[in-house]
Design a protein around this ligand. Structure first.
Ligand SMILES: [Cu+2]
Length: 140
């Protein structure tokens, strides 16, 4: 009789441990799913407006908005293409590009980022539309 009583409590305890560890695993899986769904938002400093591909940038007074932007060195400048056409952000001017930076063809709603390391005035343009030009001034 004494042997039988001793065995029953041991079986019950093992069953409870298994249930608790299973709940623990499920909770971990839920936490991981929440992390994956986190969305990264990009805040652009300069936007390329719709219809920028038209000469004189269609209805807009500027082809990059704003076409003159002051930044601090070591802080990234982000451009956003809000147009349905490809555009670029390329250092220099249409007739005299420099090798400093070049976004390549930016897709619609594509972004490009560049961090200036030295103070100065940096002109840039679009390789596809000669009338598109802007300036970045980098300060300490
Ligand atoms: Cu363009």
């Amino acid at each position: 009789m004494n042997k039988k009583i001793a065995i029953i409590p041991i079986i019950v305890i093992i069953g409870i441990i298994a249930a608790v560890s299973q709940m623990g695993v499920e909770e971990m899986a839920e936490t991981e799913t929440v992390e994956i769904e986190t969305v990264e938002e990009v805040e652009a400093m300069v936007t390329i407006p719709v219809k920028a591909a038209r000469p004189a940038c269609g209805p807009h007074p500027e082809c990059y908005i704003p076409s003159y932007y002051v930044t601090k060195v070591d802080e990234p400048v982000i451009w956003l293409n809000e147009d349905s056409a490809f555009h670029s952000v390329t250092s220099g001017s249409y007739n005299e590009p420099t090798d400093m930076f070049d976004s390549g063809h930016m897709d619609p709603y594509g972004t490009f980022s560049y961090t200036f390391e030295e103070p100065g005035m940096y002109p840039y343009f679009c390789t596809l539309h000669p009338w598109m030009a802007g300036n970045i001034k980098a300060e300490r």
